[in-house]
Design a protein around this ligand. Structure first.
Ligand code: PXP
Length: 247
Protein backbone atom coordinates (compact mmCIF):
# COMPACT_ATOMS: atom_id res chain seq x y z
CA UNK A 1 0.00 0.00 0.00
CA UNK A 2 1.38 3.37 -1.02
CA UNK A 3 0.19 6.10 1.34
CA UNK A 4 -1.24 9.45 0.25
CA UNK A 5 -0.12 12.68 1.82
CA UNK A 6 -2.49 15.40 0.64
CA UNK A 7 -0.82 18.76 0.14
CA UNK A 8 -3.41 21.44 0.90
CA UNK A 9 -1.36 24.54 0.06
CA UNK A 10 -3.33 25.20 -3.11
CA UNK A 11 -6.53 25.56 -1.13
CA UNK A 12 -4.84 28.28 0.93
CA UNK A 13 -3.58 29.87 -2.29
CA UNK A 14 -7.18 30.36 -3.44
CA UNK A 15 -8.11 31.87 -0.09
CA UNK A 16 -5.14 34.24 -0.11
CA UNK A 17 -5.96 35.35 -3.67
CA UNK A 18 -8.98 37.09 -2.19
CA UNK A 19 -8.22 37.60 1.48
CA UNK A 20 -4.48 38.35 1.67
CA UNK A 21 -5.08 41.91 2.76
CA UNK A 22 -8.52 41.47 4.29
CA UNK A 23 -8.93 42.95 7.70
CA UNK A 24 -10.00 40.82 10.65
CA UNK A 25 -13.42 42.48 10.17
CA UNK A 26 -14.21 39.95 7.43
CA UNK A 27 -14.94 37.62 10.33
CA UNK A 28 -15.49 33.98 9.52
CA UNK A 29 -16.22 34.55 5.86
CA UNK A 30 -12.70 33.73 4.79
CA UNK A 31 -12.94 30.87 2.34
CA UNK A 32 -11.93 28.26 1.38
CA UNK A 33 -10.61 26.98 4.68
CA UNK A 34 -7.71 24.54 4.15
CA UNK A 35 -8.21 23.01 7.60
CA UNK A 36 -11.84 22.13 6.86
CA UNK A 37 -10.68 20.65 3.55
CA UNK A 38 -8.08 18.54 5.35
CA UNK A 39 -10.69 17.09 7.70
CA UNK A 40 -12.94 16.03 4.83
CA UNK A 41 -9.95 14.63 2.92
CA UNK A 42 -8.97 12.51 5.91
CA UNK A 43 -12.44 11.03 6.05
CA UNK A 44 -12.11 10.25 2.33
CA UNK A 45 -8.89 8.30 2.92
CA UNK A 46 -5.96 10.72 2.92
CA UNK A 47 -3.28 9.13 5.10
CA UNK A 48 -1.68 12.40 6.08
CA UNK A 49 -1.85 16.14 5.53
CA UNK A 50 1.06 18.11 4.16
CA UNK A 51 1.32 21.88 4.40
CA UNK A 52 4.15 24.25 3.56
CA UNK A 53 4.58 27.22 5.84
CA UNK A 54 6.64 29.47 3.62
CA UNK A 55 8.79 32.22 5.01
CA UNK A 56 6.73 34.74 3.00
CA UNK A 57 3.45 33.14 4.22
CA UNK A 58 2.26 33.15 0.63
CA UNK A 59 -0.44 30.54 1.21
CA UNK A 60 -0.55 28.72 4.55
CA UNK A 61 -0.56 30.97 7.62
CA UNK A 62 0.72 30.21 11.09
CA UNK A 63 -2.77 29.85 12.47
CA UNK A 64 -3.63 27.29 9.77
CA UNK A 65 -0.72 25.15 10.85
CA UNK A 66 -1.65 25.32 14.52
CA UNK A 67 -5.29 24.53 13.76
CA UNK A 68 -4.17 21.55 11.68
CA UNK A 69 -2.03 20.30 14.55
CA UNK A 70 -5.01 20.49 16.88
CA UNK A 71 -7.64 19.02 14.61
CA UNK A 72 -6.39 16.42 12.16
CA UNK A 73 -6.55 12.75 13.06
CA UNK A 74 -3.86 11.47 10.71
CA UNK A 75 -0.32 12.80 10.43
CA UNK A 76 0.86 16.37 9.95
CA UNK A 77 3.82 16.78 7.62
CA UNK A 78 5.17 20.32 7.80
CA UNK A 79 7.12 21.42 4.75
CA UNK A 80 9.57 24.13 5.65
CA UNK A 81 12.82 25.84 4.84
CA UNK A 82 15.90 24.88 6.81
CA UNK A 83 16.08 28.09 8.82
CA UNK A 84 16.37 28.95 12.52
CA UNK A 85 12.84 30.45 12.49
CA UNK A 86 11.27 27.31 11.06
CA UNK A 87 13.25 24.93 13.26
CA UNK A 88 12.05 26.82 16.34
CA UNK A 89 8.47 26.75 15.12
CA UNK A 90 8.62 23.02 14.33
CA UNK A 91 9.99 22.21 17.77
CA UNK A 92 7.04 24.06 19.34
CA UNK A 93 4.43 22.70 16.95
CA UNK A 94 5.67 19.11 17.01
CA UNK A 95 4.38 17.93 13.64
CA UNK A 96 4.71 14.19 12.98
CA UNK A 97 7.29 14.97 10.33
CA UNK A 98 8.98 17.87 8.64
CA UNK A 99 10.00 17.93 5.00
CA UNK A 100 12.90 20.26 4.32
CA UNK A 101 12.40 22.10 1.05
CA UNK A 102 14.44 24.83 -0.60
CA UNK A 103 13.12 28.37 -0.60
CA UNK A 104 16.11 30.52 -1.47
CA UNK A 105 18.04 30.27 -4.72
CA UNK A 106 21.27 29.06 -3.23
CA UNK A 107 19.55 26.04 -1.68
CA UNK A 108 18.05 24.80 -4.94
CA UNK A 109 19.58 22.25 -7.29
CA UNK A 110 19.09 22.68 -11.03
CA UNK A 111 15.96 20.56 -10.87
CA UNK A 112 14.47 22.12 -7.79
CA UNK A 113 15.28 19.76 -4.94
CA UNK A 114 17.08 20.79 -1.78
CA UNK A 115 20.83 20.90 -2.32
CA UNK A 116 21.83 18.87 0.72
CA UNK A 117 25.42 18.59 -0.52
CA UNK A 118 25.78 22.37 -0.75
CA UNK A 119 24.04 23.00 2.59
CA UNK A 120 25.44 20.11 4.54
CA UNK A 121 25.95 21.77 7.94
CA UNK A 122 22.59 23.51 8.06
CA UNK A 123 20.75 20.36 7.05
CA UNK A 124 22.74 18.25 9.51
CA UNK A 125 21.87 20.59 12.40
CA UNK A 126 18.21 20.69 11.47
CA UNK A 127 17.96 16.89 11.16
CA UNK A 128 19.73 16.49 14.51
CA UNK A 129 17.32 18.91 16.22
CA UNK A 130 14.31 17.06 14.80
CA UNK A 131 15.70 13.62 15.63
CA UNK A 132 16.26 14.76 19.23
CA UNK A 133 12.63 15.92 19.41
CA UNK A 134 11.24 12.70 17.93
CA UNK A 135 10.13 14.43 14.71
CA UNK A 136 10.91 12.57 11.49
CA UNK A 137 12.75 14.60 8.87
CA UNK A 138 12.26 14.08 5.16
CA UNK A 139 14.58 15.75 2.65
CA UNK A 140 13.02 16.85 -0.64
CA UNK A 141 15.80 16.02 -3.08
CA UNK A 142 16.44 15.19 -6.71
CA UNK A 143 16.98 11.50 -7.46
CA UNK A 144 20.77 11.95 -7.45
CA UNK A 145 23.08 9.54 -5.65
CA UNK A 146 25.23 12.10 -3.81
CA UNK A 147 22.13 13.81 -2.37
CA UNK A 148 20.55 10.50 -1.37
CA UNK A 149 23.70 9.11 0.21
CA UNK A 150 24.31 12.31 2.16
CA UNK A 151 20.71 12.27 3.42
CA UNK A 152 21.44 8.88 4.97
CA UNK A 153 24.80 10.00 6.32
CA UNK A 154 23.16 12.99 8.03
CA UNK A 155 20.67 10.56 9.63
CA UNK A 156 17.53 11.83 7.97
CA UNK A 157 15.14 8.89 8.20
CA UNK A 158 13.13 9.81 5.09
CA UNK A 159 13.66 11.31 1.67
CA UNK A 160 11.07 12.65 -0.76
CA UNK A 161 12.27 12.30 -4.33
CA UNK A 162 11.38 15.25 -6.53
CA UNK A 163 9.22 13.95 -9.37
CA UNK A 164 8.88 17.36 -11.06
CA UNK A 165 11.42 16.77 -13.84
CA UNK A 166 9.73 13.47 -14.67
CA UNK A 167 6.24 15.01 -14.60
CA UNK A 168 7.36 17.87 -16.84
CA UNK A 169 8.91 15.39 -19.30
CA UNK A 170 5.89 13.08 -19.30
CA UNK A 171 4.82 13.80 -22.88
CA UNK A 172 8.36 14.43 -24.15
CA UNK A 173 11.41 12.43 -25.15
CA UNK A 174 13.07 12.65 -21.71
CA UNK A 175 10.37 10.76 -19.84
CA UNK A 176 12.05 7.33 -19.97
CA UNK A 177 15.33 8.76 -18.79
CA UNK A 178 13.68 10.70 -15.95
CA UNK A 179 11.69 7.68 -14.86
CA UNK A 180 14.84 5.57 -14.86
CA UNK A 181 16.54 8.15 -12.62
CA UNK A 182 13.63 7.93 -10.20
CA UNK A 183 13.80 4.12 -10.20
CA UNK A 184 17.51 4.21 -9.43
CA UNK A 185 16.92 6.87 -6.76
CA UNK A 186 14.28 4.77 -5.02
CA UNK A 187 16.53 1.72 -5.08
CA UNK A 188 19.53 3.65 -3.75
CA UNK A 189 17.44 5.25 -1.02
CA UNK A 190 16.19 1.86 0.06
CA UNK A 191 19.72 0.42 0.07
CA UNK A 192 20.81 3.32 2.27
CA UNK A 193 18.08 2.43 4.77
CA UNK A 194 15.90 5.46 3.99
CA UNK A 195 12.13 5.54 3.80
CA UNK A 196 11.43 6.70 0.25
CA UNK A 197 8.60 9.10 -0.54
CA UNK A 198 8.03 11.08 -3.72
CA UNK A 199 6.14 14.13 -4.84
CA UNK A 200 5.60 17.10 -7.13
CA UNK A 201 3.64 17.10 -10.36
CA UNK A 202 2.01 13.73 -9.77
CA UNK A 203 -1.44 13.55 -11.38
CA UNK A 204 -4.23 11.14 -12.30
CA UNK A 205 -2.43 10.14 -15.52
CA UNK A 206 1.21 9.75 -14.54
CA UNK A 207 0.27 7.95 -11.31
CA UNK A 208 -0.13 4.76 -13.39
CA UNK A 209 3.64 4.76 -13.90
CA UNK A 210 4.74 6.51 -10.70
CA UNK A 211 3.08 3.84 -8.60
CA UNK A 212 5.40 1.19 -10.10
CA UNK A 213 8.49 2.83 -8.59
CA UNK A 214 10.13 0.44 -6.15
CA UNK A 215 10.03 0.87 -2.35
CA UNK A 216 7.58 3.79 -2.36
CA UNK A 217 6.16 4.57 1.06
CA UNK A 218 4.13 7.73 0.48
CA UNK A 219 3.29 10.17 -2.30
CA UNK A 220 2.67 13.82 -1.53
CA UNK A 221 0.18 15.18 -4.02
CA UNK A 222 -1.47 18.58 -4.10
CA UNK A 223 -2.26 20.41 -7.30
CA UNK A 224 -3.96 17.65 -9.28
CA UNK A 225 -6.18 16.57 -6.39
CA UNK A 226 -7.22 20.11 -5.46
CA UNK A 227 -7.89 20.85 -9.14
CA UNK A 228 -10.05 17.78 -9.61
CA UNK A 229 -11.90 18.56 -6.39
CA UNK A 230 -13.25 21.75 -8.01
CA UNK A 231 -15.31 19.49 -10.26
CA UNK A 232 -15.93 16.38 -8.21
CA UNK A 233 -15.45 17.37 -4.58
CA UNK A 234 -12.51 16.48 -2.38
CA UNK A 235 -13.90 13.08 -1.32
CA UNK A 236 -14.09 11.83 -4.90
CA UNK A 237 -10.74 13.38 -5.80
CA UNK A 238 -8.96 11.73 -2.86
CA UNK A 239 -10.75 8.40 -3.31
CA UNK A 240 -9.97 8.19 -7.03
CA UNK A 241 -6.31 9.04 -6.52
CA UNK A 242 -6.00 6.46 -3.77
CA UNK A 243 -7.55 3.76 -5.93
CA UNK A 244 -5.18 4.65 -8.80
CA UNK A 245 -2.21 4.53 -6.43
CA UNK A 246 -3.22 1.09 -5.18
CA UNK A 247 -5.45 -0.52 -7.81
N1 PXP B 1 6.13 17.64 -2.24
C1 PXP B 1 6.77 18.80 -2.02
C2 PXP B 1 8.01 18.80 -1.21
C3 PXP B 1 6.25 20.01 -2.54
O1 PXP B 1 6.90 21.15 -2.30
C4 PXP B 1 5.06 19.97 -3.28
C5 PXP B 1 4.50 21.22 -3.86
O2 PXP B 1 4.01 22.08 -2.93
C6 PXP B 1 4.42 18.73 -3.45
C7 PXP B 1 4.98 17.59 -2.94
C8 PXP B 1 3.12 18.62 -4.18
O3 PXP B 1 3.29 18.96 -5.52
P1 PXP B 1 2.01 19.11 -6.45
O4 PXP B 1 1.21 20.24 -5.93
O5 PXP B 1 2.60 19.36 -7.80
O6 PXP B 1 1.27 17.81 -6.37
Amino acid sequence: MILLGLNIDHCATVRQARYRTAAESTGGAVEPDPVALALVAERAGADGITAHLREDRRHMLDRDIWRLRESIATRLNLEMACTAEMVKLALELKPDSVCLVPESREEITTEGGLDVVGNRERVRDCVAAMNAAGIKTSLFIDPDEPQIELAAELKAPWIELHTGAYANAYFGPERTREFHRLRLGCARGNECGLVVNAGHGINYVNIAEVRTLPHLHELNIGHSIISRALFTGIEEAVGTMKSRMNP
